[in-house]
Design a protein around this ligand. Structure first.
Ligand code: ACO
Length: 330
């Protein structure tokens, strides 16, 4: 990875995404949960979250399969071969294995050899973390082409007897290819975490001596997460704007983590952005954790809404507690 000249910036040159075939509407989920004696309704889910459907992966599918599909699309859009990549980052909290990393498994499936490959674990902020790391490595001159993927099969962490969490999440993957460039694409990035809040959103179990120790299912204090999320998302948006010497008026598109429509509306309002400037995939995807931002970004690009030259703000928040933002020109 020794390159002779250090280019000053990185650009996103291709996006891709993937959803497993199994689409589950609220009505279907409500019926499945009723069989477990769990009471919920389409009305409650839509009103409190904005979610109408999500995709659940079949048992034979792995996170790296969804990552592969989204990565191939992003590489095709970028006009780039997998062999050209010198960095592969997968943001995930649902890896195929304890180790090796899902990034190395993806690398094998893509047929790339020699690129640096590793996973990033920052839960729903994982993609923003991964993108920031890739941007920094490109700026440092050690990488020329990078693949950053957010991929999750969150359905496997869900407790389907806990209605406060199991209606919220779904499976999917999204990817971008980044390239070293003299013309700045990524303008600024900012990452944060506060481990004091690690218990409000966690999957506390682990593997030890061939057994699962502790609780291996997702647990969340939704109200605590909600309150923290609305505050930090505004703060980090302002941080990246100030660093880039831009203002809210310069933002063409907000692509937020898709967790709850009320959090997204609150963030947009604080940034004085009309909802027509926000890419929303929440209704159809649910919360896909690290995959949600790149899935939404790809939907915005492929639908022709996000165009070359547009200024885009990505924002993530999630377990850890972690949060971050990336401001870029496409
Ligand atoms: N169906 C019906 N009723 C329900 C359901 C359900 N699925 N879930 C909860 N309720 C009930 C509760 O039991 C409660 O009933 P009660 O008043 O009789 O006690 C009532 O609805 C209200 O519950 P609240 O928790 O107050 O509901 P709230 O409006 O806060 O919405 C939600 C809950 C959707 C989880 C919200 O708090 C939220 O979105 N939090 C943020 C989640 C988030 O942003 N996560 C991002 C990170 S994810 C990651 O990193 C993996």
């Amino acid at each position: 990875m020794n390159l002779s000249s250090s280019p000053p910036a990185s650009r996103i040159i291709g996006t891709g995404s993937s959803l497993p075939e199994g689409r589950v509407t609220n009505q279907e989920l409500v019926a499945r949960l009723a069989q477990l004696g769990v009471e919920t309704s389409d009305e409650w889910i839509v009103e409190r979250t904005g979610i109408r459907a999500r995709h659940f992966a079949p048992d034979h599918l792995y996170t790296s399969d969804l990552a592969l599909d989204s990565a191939r699309q992003a590489l095709e859009a970028a006009g780039c071969q997998a062999a050209e990549l010198d960095l592969i980052i997968v943001a995930t909290s649902t890896p195929d294995m304890v180790f090796p990393s899902t990034a190395c498994i993806l690398q094998r499936k893509l047929g790339n050899r020699g690129a640096a490959a590793f996973d990033v674990q920052a839960v729903c902020s994982g993609f923003v973390y991964g993108l920031s790391i890739a941007d920094a490595m490109i700026r440092a001159g050690s990488v020329r082409k990078a693949l950053v993927v957010g991929a999750e099969i969150f359905s496997r962490l869900l407790d389907f007897t806990d209605r406060t969490t199991c209606v919220l999440f779904g499976d999917g993957a999204g990817a971008v290819v980044l390239e070293a460039s003299d013309r700045p694409g990524i303008l600024t990035t900012q990452l944060h975490a506060d481990g004091q809040h690690s218990e409000i959103l966690c999957t506390p179990g682990t593997v030890s001596g061939g057994k699962i120790i502790g609780d291996p299912l997702l647990r969340m204090d939704g109200q605590a997460v909600f309150k923290l999320a609305v505050g930090v998302l505004e703060d980090v948006a302002r941080e990246v704007l100030v660093k880039a010497q831009r203002t809210e008026a310069d933002i063409d598109w907000l692509v937020p983590h898709q967790a709850n429509i009320r959090i997204i509306q609150s963030t947009a309002k604080k940034l004085k952005l009309g909802m027509e400037k926000v890419i929303l995939t929440l209704a159809e995807h649910g919360n896909t954790s690290a995959a949600s931002i790149p899935l939404a970004l790809d939907a915005g690009v492929r639908s022709g809404r996000i165009k070359p030259g547009d200024t885009v703000l990505l924002e993530g928040v999630g377990g850890g507690f972690t949060w971050g933002a990336v401001l870029f020109d496409l």
